[in-house]
Design a protein around this ligand. Structure first.
Ligand code: HEC
Ligand code: HEC
Length: 348
């Protein structure tokens, strides 16, 4: 009884602590990232399955490309390339955004053409320039492996696997990929020592000069479509039209989903065409094109110092062990080998 009581008072103290922490969040246009808390056991099981799928290159035609190839979770959820390398070393059309905190986006892709993470996840598997597979073959591959079959059955209580389950599980995993407790978030929660003078000066300039109008909220972006090149046109060879491609409305030309600036230190190069190689370049171009403002090198350095405080705690993952292929599993086709070359030569 006594133990129970002290447990109860402990819980009360803990709750009071949380309540206190919530009330002391500074009143700023950026809010701290809440840690990921699974809603229930099913969600946890989905995320664990989704994690395997995220790392499984057998969801690609070549057997070599997984989601993690282009959204590398060791590198801020990106590939750090101007544009990604897809099937047969094809050049992707646009810079790969990070998957970190992507559940907070109002829609997915630079032009918002997928409404959520589940809808998005079906895209790359069947995209001939990315994983170059088909949904049918992806399901067939998974269905040939008893461990996957059992796990899908356990999680979805259905006898056969379908692509909706695949994308649902991947989306559940992606929702766990949040990065709380950046130094900026510690400061937002009231820790005055979390930022130094330069970083604080950078944040004041970020707010004062107007960056905050587009980069705000929990993800410091991701919540609106805005024109790239408000004050002066952005020059690029990249043919992407932005939101116009989705709405067919000319007024939406060159509007892109405002990228999150969370972990921006890790997600170089920048912009939809990946043309800005450094954070200094990106900040200076933003100042000129979005605000008509030429920052001094010192001002740029201050803003960059602030932006680096947005790097949060990266997801701590244990690399999943994937169930092996068996005799029934379709084999990958990494090269354009002719039939005869692919045939066993030694009577196998
Ligand atoms: C060959 C590289 C490549 C592979 C493989 C790939 N992606 Fe992507 N991903 C991209 C690119 C490029 C974009 C941006 C495309 C666009 O906006 O038009 C993108 C966009 C996204 C987005 C949207 C993020 C945002 O902020 O809009 C998510 C989420 C995502 N990918 C998840 C995945 C998942 C899950 C997989 C595996 C099923 C995957 N990707 C496989 C390159 C890749
Ligand atoms: C009018 C809205 C708007 C304003 C104001 C604005 N931005 Fe942006 N920002 C965007 C959009 C849209 C993009 C994506 C543009 C693209 O890729 O073509 C972007 C991209 C960026 C990027 C690159 C992120 C990435 O992952 O590619 C950085 C860094 C950035 N902004 C910082 C700033 C800073 C610093 C300021 C203030 C000097 C600022 N922005 C002001 C809308 C805005």
């Amino acid at each position: 009884m006594k133990a129970k009581q002290s447990l109860l008072s402990l819980t009360l103290v803990a709750c009071a602590g949380i309540a206190l922490a919530e009330t002391t969040v500074r009143n700023e246009p950026i809010q701290p990232i809440p840690p990921y808390v699974p809603t229930d056991a099913v969600e946890t099981a989905k995320a664990a399955l989704g994690e395997k799928l995220y790392f499984d290159p057998r969801l690609s035609k070549s057997g070599a490309i997984s989601c993690n190839t282009c959204h590398n979770l060791s590198m801020g959820g990106t590939d750090n390339l101007t544009s990604s390398i897809g099937d047969h070393w094809q050049q992707g059309p646009i810079n790969a955004p990070t998957v970190l905190n992507s559940g907070m986006n109002l829609a997915q892709f630079w032009d918002g053409r997928a409404k959520d993470l589940q809808e998005q996840a079906g895209g790359p598997i069947a995209n001939p320039k990315e994983m170059a597979f088909t949904h049918e073959l992806a399901v067939k591959m998974l269905d040939s492996i008893p461990q996957y079959r059992d796990e899908f059955k356990r999680v979805y209580s259905k006898d056969s696997i379908d692509i909706q389950m695949v994308t649902d599980a991947i989306a559940a995993f992606e929702k766990t990929l949040v990065t709380p407790d950046s130094r900026f978030d510690l400061w937002l929660r009231g820790d005055d020592t979390a930022l130094n003078d330069q970083e604080l000066k950078g944040y004041q300039l970020f707010k004062g000069s107007g960056c905050i109008a587009c980069h705000n909220g929990v993800a410091v972006g991701g919540n609106s479509f805005q024109k790239m090149g408000v004050v002066a046109a952005y020059l690029t060879d990249n043919p992407a039209l932005g939101l116009e491609g989705v709405t067919k409305n000319e007024a939406d030309r060159f509007k892109f989903k405002v990228p999150t600036l969370r972990n921006v230190e890790l997600t170089y190069p920048y912009f939809h065409d990946g043309a800005a190689k450094t954070l200094e370049d990106a900040v200076s171009i933003m100042g000129k094109l979005q605000l008509g403002r030429q920052f001094t090198p010192e001002e740029t350095a201050d803003i960059v110092a602030f932006l680096k405080t947005l790097t949060g705690k990266q997801p701590e993952l244990k690399l999943p062990t994937l169930p092996p292929s068996n005799n029934e599993t379709p084999r990958p086709e990494p090269f354009n080998t002719s039939d005869s070359a692919a045939k066993p030569r030694n009577g196998g």
